[in-house]
Design a protein around this ligand. Sequence first.
Ligand SMILES: [Zn+2]
Length: 494
Amino acid sequence: MMTPFSYSSPQITMQSTSLAEVMAGPAAVKLLLIADSARDTLLATPPFAAVATQIALGQKAPYSLDDSQGLQRVIFMDARPVLDHRLYKQVRSWVGSLAGLKATHLALHLEGFDDEHRAQLARVVLACLLAADVTLPTQKRSEATRPGYQQLQLSPPCELDMARLSAEAEGNGLARHLAVLPASELNARHYRAYARELAQQEGWQWQEFDETTLARMGAGAFLAVARGSADGQAAIVRLSYCPANPVRRVALVGKGICYDSGGYNLKVGGSMYGMHLDMGGSAVALGTLLAISRAKLPVEVHCWLAIAENHIGPQAFRPGEVVTALNGTTIEVVDTDAEGRMVLADALTLAAGDKPDLLIDYATLTGACKRALGSRYSGAFTNRPEWLTTLIALGQQSGERVWPFPLDEDYDDNLDSEWADLLQCAPGASPDHIDAARFLTRFVPAELPWLHLDLSGFRNKGGNGVVGSEVTGFGVRLTLTLLDSPLGMGAPDA
Ligand SMILES: [Zn+2]
């Protein structure tokens, strides 16, 4: 079986202690964020003489005070910091530099900010600390377990939703945990068993559409991919969180290819390495469900995981085959390595059948998206183009940046098939991330507001947003931010 995910949030306390009291306090590490306006006064006081010297020597922040009271890191910053990628990157680096200290008690003090900016800054720093506190699974015999933070102390008090912060960290932590597990541990069968266990543990409804059921229903797109694996290991799993009196119903759909060899269009060279991460979209959907459920948000969530592996075998699908998807659309297979859109097609049809108010899908779908954006951003496609400006802003705000691509109908020319309703993908040079999104529109009714995230940002060296690890779990925080926004609340003119 696979290594289970466990998370225990450190205790977060708020105190009305002054800067001097914090400095004299018991925390082993103190992170002191000082607004520029308070800088000169502070540097003139004796405890900060060493910082003044470091500045005079031309050293860069954070400045260090290391005395009998522990290690103190001092950072001066704008009194009204802007919540964007620069701030996230800075905070990740401060927090990352503390990781080696193995401190269990950390004090965060903010001096010279107004209430609004203090709260905003505290939220970002705490989120980074919580994300850094998640230990990812490792198979190294020598790896000593890091103690992690037991106590995070914040001063002065500000308006913060601790439960929400902790829920987000846990949801993102789950997504990263599942993603980094090797394919030998997280195979399709183990993944399904884990989803069922988690549902029991969290009190979610659980339903599984196994291969026999899907065959009876006619889910030929999903089954084309599943055919290449050992009998019966693939399934579409539905997990539902149903609070009393929900304000909205949301469907989350994730691509869960536990290993993508490419199938008969076998991946070559180094491009197969790392393909255990191809279930990242489903991990984000599941992590988002966990975060929403832990934060007890008043949103009914149906989470659909399209779990399969893409392999070679006597039954595996081949280019040139025509398969019929669950909604009756016939698809001419072009490239077995474009398996993500196949499993999503039928999962989207199932998800849309519930008539949710909002449908979001997550998938590490195309190399084209990564070539277009790199891995700092993920690609966003929606059938509500009026949302795009807001989506860009929500990306910056959450630290998980998205950039829109067109979803215009005339791209469908790329997917004209001579023999079927639809080509799976365009042979030769084509904007495959856009073609893939157009392909998916065939399985989403136009009246259903839909956001498709092509997760080029799922893995980025140096981390992203509040997360410092290379596997980022991109999407959990963005989705929670979106659900708080007018888009999530279903405002008609959002
Ligand atoms: Zn593939």
